[in-house]
Design a protein. Structure first.
Length: 751
């Protein structure tokens, strides 16, 4: 049985890492897919595999798997190249934006100063990395660069500029005292000398479109259909009929060519056989006399059909997430463009991913499905936990689909299609909501020629959806939110917000519709998100800012309810919070704090009233994969926050779990506070919803007092005069709002 373990600092044992970078911490974790293995390296019975968003490390003998990603050490996502030197335990990771991570036994260093050719405006991604000793050859879209691993800096670069047109180095490697590279026009070489940067001095060894190259005791390169041993400049074709070569790997013992099958050859070019791993592979290696393939969809796979990878969803594409009891997750992967109107055609048709609390399950229904698939939402049937409904927001196969879980083969099987009375283009379902009676609702956009927003209400008697069409033109619609027996529905293609009071799900004649519009102080050209806090206020996000409807369930029934902006003080002047910013998602945690996703601006963590920014996470200062977070969900029992993006999902363990009027498990950390080791604030969590705090010294003198709200507080270790307290023991005395519950703590301070 294979054993899975996650090292807390994300340190791969084989790389002997001792220090991670400062944007990661134990609070973060990733839910990335590790299925698509791009390249692998072997080190004494251990395989290091690079995937799109991270690296994982598999020990063949023990089955242990560890992983390294932006959540626990790396600086980026979008890995496009990787190499590793077993002798120096040094790895080099290349990314799609041209940056690199250098992993050494001492640190992970972010490299962003890769040379760029003057006038080059093409793709900056790292195509390939090849390490030889302390030198690495970096292949990019405009040529090759040499990177010195000891100095951690670039040396010479050769820009392949031929009459103003740059030619990409597909791959390159060092062999002898020369650099060899394969391009779309040929195999080229140059000695590492003073003329190396001059493209006209490079030698074309062979003409043709070549894609792969590797070298150790021999140099081997390939096109899509042929592989050649360099043989001192007299190429010898390897004896096999190839159709689509994806990779070439050379070791001191053999040559491995990955095609539809994995072919192995001796260093002398004699065929040693070929095996099929039953699925598409990007790369393959041999170790211990066995073939291991880096697959597109199953991680590492051996000849015995065993797969090895960290737990994760099928793909990284993600759009919305729904949380359920027992740590279950349902993730949808769709997307929309054109101001939330047009479905995005993803050629991989990801569908949805389900985590049952212990493993990720992916439905075979989505594999090679000829239908258009664009799942904007997927939910467990509130009346039957073995069923899943998903919305398919497409042009031609649009509708609601029902699936049933088959526990015998761990698969979701198709049950029924509900087309919602649609014809091509019209009636595109966006998202679901359910009420306390387990009634299921679906929001529907682009209904009929007028573009009306609608709600489908599932009718158990007919096993179909009854369509309630609102007589207001707005082709776009968002996922509804159920609150106080009403559906609250953002309308992203118009500056309006729809509230549907259905009263009785089986009787449409008594329904009431309410519409918030510009005259109610909405802003922008479309509403996108909504959330409700503990006071019953509706926080509504638009493509141009944020508005709050206090006491929303009561105010919405009044003739002319008014929404309010959040006004904060900036440099002595009042400034509207998130003015002119698209608000993608709003989530309220157990302490009534707000998590707000701003398109292109990351995620803000706000105080309950929105007046204070507690944290601001971006891709630059945190493990967020991108600054566009499409969904946020908080597990209020644990405080774990899920951030969903088109580039994958990460989680953050916040300090705020479900909060009530009494104390929970009060924790104060770090404790003791040693200034030489920690210079931040001391965190209090597990507090009551409103907590009166007094901190006294050993003599009983009050050094700090405060009122904390939301079950959480941070102390900067300053006394009431604003200076840092002296070394010593401090006692924390806490009571809840009415004094019916008390808690104490003790803090040691060492300056």
């Amino acid at each position: 049985m294979k054993k899975l373990s996650l090292i807390s600092l994300g340190i791969l044992a084989s790389l002997q890492l001792a220090k991670a970078q400062n944007i990661a911490s134990k609070k973060w974790a990733d839910l990335f897919s590790y299925n698509n293995v791009l390249t692998m390296k072997e080190d004494n019975g251990k395989i290091i595999a690079a995937t799109e968003n991270g690296i994982f490390y598999y020990t063949i003998g023990s089955g242990e798997i560890t992983k390294l990603s932006k959540a626990n050490g790396l600086h980026n996502i979008g890995i496009t190249a990787f190499d590793y030197n077993p002798q120096t335990k040094t790895g080099l990771v290349g990314y799609s934006d041209g940056s690199m991570d250098m992993i050494t036994p001492q640190e992970i260093k972010y490299i962003v100063d890769i040379p760029i050719a003057t006038g080059y405006n093409g793709n900056k991604k790292i195509n390939h990395i090849s390490i030889t000793g302390d030198q690495a050859v970096i292949s990019v879209g405009y040529g090759v660069s040499i990177f010195n691993l000891k100095k951690k800096e670039f040396g010479d670069s050769a820009f392949f500029n031929n009459t103003g047109v740059y030619e990409a180095s597909n791959e390159a490697t060092m062999f002898g005292n020369k650099i060899f590279t394969v391009t779309n026009s040929g195999l080229k070489s140059h000695e590492i000398n003073g003329t190396f940067p001059i493209y006209s001095s490079w030698t074309t060894e062979a003409t043709g479109a070549f894609t792969n190259i590797d070298a150790e005791s021999e140099l081997v390169y390939s096109s899509a259909t042929s592989a050649f041993m360099y043989n001192n400049g007299s190429p010898v074709a390897l004896p096999a009929s190839f159709a689509n070569i994806r990779d070439v790997v050379v070791t001191s013992n053999n040559i491995v060519v990955t095609d539809n099958r994995v072919y192995t050859f001796g260093i002398n070019g004699i065929s040693l056989g070929a095996v099929s791993l039953g699925e598409e592979c990007n790369t393959a290696i041999t170790t211990g006399g066995k073939v291991f393939g880096g697959t597109v969809l199953s991680g590492i796979k051996d000849e015995g059909n065993n797969t090895y990878k960290p737990s994760g969803p099928y793909f990284n594409f993600a759009y919305k997430i729904n949380l359920y009891d027992n740590n279950q997750l349902m993730v949808s992967s769709g997307a929309r463009a054109g101001n939330y109107n047009f479905p995005v055609d993803n050629p991989k048709k990801p569908g949805f991913y389900f985590y049952n609390g212990s493993e990720w399950i992916y439905s075979s229904y989505f594999i090679n499905n000829p239908k258009s698939i664009n799942v904007l939402d997927a939910v467990i049937n509130p009346a039957n936990n073995n069923e899943v409904y998903f919305t398919n927001y497409t042009m031609y196969d649009n509708g609601v689909y029902k699936m049933k879980y088959n526990s015998a083969n761990k698969d979701f099987e198709f049950v029924k299609y509900y087309n919602l009375g649609s014809t091509p283009y019209y009636r595109r379902p966006a998202g679901f909501a359910s009420d306390s009676q387990n009634n299921l609702f679906v929001s529907i956009g682009y209904v009929d020629d007028g573009g009306y927003p609608s709600v489908g209400i599932y009718d158990k008697a007919t096993d179909d959806f009854i369509i309630k069409k609102y007589a207001f033109s707005s082709s776009g619609v968002q996922k509804p939110v159920f609150y106080e027996n009403m559906l609250w529905i953002p309308l992203p293609r118009t500056n309006n917000f729809w509230v549907y009071d259905y009263k009785n799900a089986t009787n449409l004649s008594d329904d009431t519709d309410y519409l918030l519009k510009e005259s109610n102080n909405l802003v922008g050209t479309g509403t996108i998100s909504v959330a409700f806090d503990k006071s019953g206020d509706a926080w509504i996000g638009s493509d141009n800012g944020l508005r709050v409807l206090p006491n929303a369930a009561a105010e919405i029934r009044k003739p002319d309810p008014k929404l309010e902006p959040i006004v904060i003080e900036q440099n002595g002047l009042g400034e509207e919070l998130f003015r002119n910013s698209p608000i993608l998602q709003i989530e309220v945690d157990g302490g009534d704090y707000k998590w707000v996703s701003v398109d292109g601006g990351g995620v803000y963590y706000l105080s309950a009233d929105g007046q204070k920014t507690i944290k601001h996470f971006t891709k630059e200062n945190s493990p967020l994969p991108t600054n566009t977070v499409t969904d946020i969900k908080v597990d209020k029992k644990t405080g774990k926050v899920y951030f969903v993006t088109y580039n994958g999902i990460v989680t953050y363990q916040s300090d705020v779990a479900d909060v009530n009027s009494n104390f929970g498990n009060v924790v104060v950390y770090p404790n003791p506070v040693v200034y030489a080791n920690f210079k931040g604030n001391v965190t209090f969590k597990g507090l009551a919803e409103k907590t009166n705090i007094r901190i006294v010294d050993a003599a009983g003198n009050v050094v700090h007092s405060a009122v904390a709200r939301g079950g959480y507080y941070e102390w900067n270790l300053n006394n009431q005069k604003g200076t840092r307290v002296a070394s010593g023991i401090y006692f924390v005395l806490m009571t809840n709002e009415d004094g019916s519950d008390k808690a104490t703590a003790k803090i040691g301070v060492v300056n």
